[in-house]
Design a protein around this ligand. Structure first.
Ligand code: HH2
Length: 427
């Protein structure tokens, strides 16, 4: 079992192609037993989602009849759901009948490379089942998509397409919090288009939903490296995944899970969020006994304990997308939360000096709250609030911190406007 030493602010989706003709691994997992064993190995390597597909989308690929696609994917999904584990199952299909059977068998997410265009009833099915959904950009259809692809501006065109598809899905009843977006690397795009999309991925990320990137083993990586074959494109897959993470992508659909997870863990640890006051946060660190120096009790001789003027900093309504929840799919798909934080400082020189440098930077506070909330997934709002409180105390030397997390329209049977949890900590 792969165990990372730092928290992982990303999700890796392992590819299971139950096909005879997929571009990089066609025929290897056509046998259901081989596909299931492969899926379990990918999960052990760190894949939080297993994406099972029974129809190749490689350029020039023809359609697979629905009965054949069902025959390929359903037994594999059933067996993986039965085997269980800390992963969610996704079905890579454009057909509603396949998506429905896959969800009956245990899939919780539909990865539709047509972005709900191929089958008009797909959106309603996804909404009705409360499933997650990945909307991907593709120009045309696999058979013809690589015939001289042209765009006015590939990034703006892809972004407009994804925004339109997002509005459609939401209009059909799929909650925004269940939707991921994917620029569709290699789907009706030249190598230059793919590179432009990766370079300017932040423009797609700006839509505000989790962005999926699938560069794994794709042909533009071969072209860029002097014609490397599919099996030799892992360095390119890693380079593009790391770059996409740095530009804001959060989900990576890959064949070589272990290597990509390692690369992203190291990247996140190096440039990412888990740094506080110069120290790497390690959940396994024992508490520091020096924290207990003051044994408590009021001592009138102790200047530190004489009441001083205090400053209260309050930030309300910070809207964030976080990965918390009780079930693995909830944690993988994430949900929107509103956060209110209040903290008290006795040591705030700005009260006297009136210098901006002597107060806290509110933008930095919001950033710290977002980093603490998003750097890993939590099962409970209590733990999430506590992590934020700890981060604020450590960074600003706050004497007390109050963090409130509010979840609008919680998924419970009775009509409730919102639920919230508040955690209060004192130094
Ligand atoms: N790429 C492939 C298939 N499905 N889904 C999403 N969301 N994003 C992608 O980039 C993507 C995808 C193509 O890869 P693969 O499944 O390995 O190949 P094939 O379609 O030939 O089976």
């Amino acid at each position: 079992m792969h165990t990372a030493l730092v928290s992982c602010p990303f999700t890796v989706m392992g590819v299971i192609n139950v096909t005879p003709d997929s571009f990089s691994d066609g025929g290897r997992y056509l046998d259901p037993e081989a596909a299931v064993a492969h899926g379990l190995a990918l999960a052990a390597d760190g894949a939080a989602i297993l994406d099972v597909g029974g129809e190749s989308t490689r350029p020039g690929a023809g359609p697979v009849p629905v009965q054949e696609e069902l025959r390929r994917v359903v037994p594999v999904i059933e067996a993986l759901a039965c085997a269980g584990g800390d992963f969610a199952l996704s079905i890579d299909t454009t057909k509603m009948d396949v998506a429905r059977a896959a969800m009956d068998a245990g899939a919780r997410m539909v990865n539709d490379v047509s972005a709900l265009r191929s089958d008009p009833s797909m959106a309603a099915l996804v909404a009705e089942r409360g499933a997650g959904c990945c909307l991907m950009h593709m120009r045309g259809e696999p058979r013809t998509m690589q015939d001289e692809p042209r765009y006015d501006d590939v990034v703006s065109d892809v972004k407009a397409f994804l925004e339109e598809r997002l509005a459609f899905a939401v209009g059909e009843g799929v909650p925004e919090g269940k939707i991921w977006l994917d620029p569709g690397i290699g789907f009706g795009k030249t190598a230059a288009h793919n590179l432009e999309l990766l370079r300017r991925l932040d423009e797609i990320v700006a839509i505000g939903l989790p962005v999926v990137v699938g560069t794994s083993r794709k042909s533009f990586l071969g072209k860029l490296t002097g014609g490397r074959a599919e099996g030799e494109r892992l360095p390119g897959t890693i380079a593009t995944s790391v770059l996409a993470w740095e530009r804001g992508a959060s989900v990576f659909r890959v064949h070589d899970v272990a290597a990509v997870v390692d690369a992203l863990v190291v990247t996140a640890a190096t440039v990412g969020s888990p740094i506080v006051g110069g120290n790497m946060i390690d959940e396994h660190d024992p508490p520091d006994p020096d924290d207990e120096i003051d044994g408590g009790g009021f001592d009138p001789e102790d200047e530190d304990e004489i009441a001083e003027p205090a400053v209260t900093v309050e930030i309300t309504g910070l809207s964030l997308f976080t990965r918390h929840g009780v079930t693995p799919p909830e944690r993988e798909l994430g949900q929107r939360l509103l956060l209110d934080v209040t903290f008290e400082l006795t040591d705030c020189d700005a009260m006297v000096t009136d210098r901006v440098e002597d107060t806290v930077d509110y933008a930095d506070v919001c950033e710290q709250v977002a980093l603490a909330a998003q750097e890993r997934s939590y099962k409970t709002l209590e733990r999430l609030c506590n992590a934020i409180a700890g981060r604020l105390m450590e960074r600003y030397g706050a004497d007390s911190v109050r963090v409130k997390a509010t979840k609008p329209e919680p998924p419970i049977a009775l009509p409730v406007q919102e639920v919230s949890v508040e955690v209060w900590r004192e130094a």
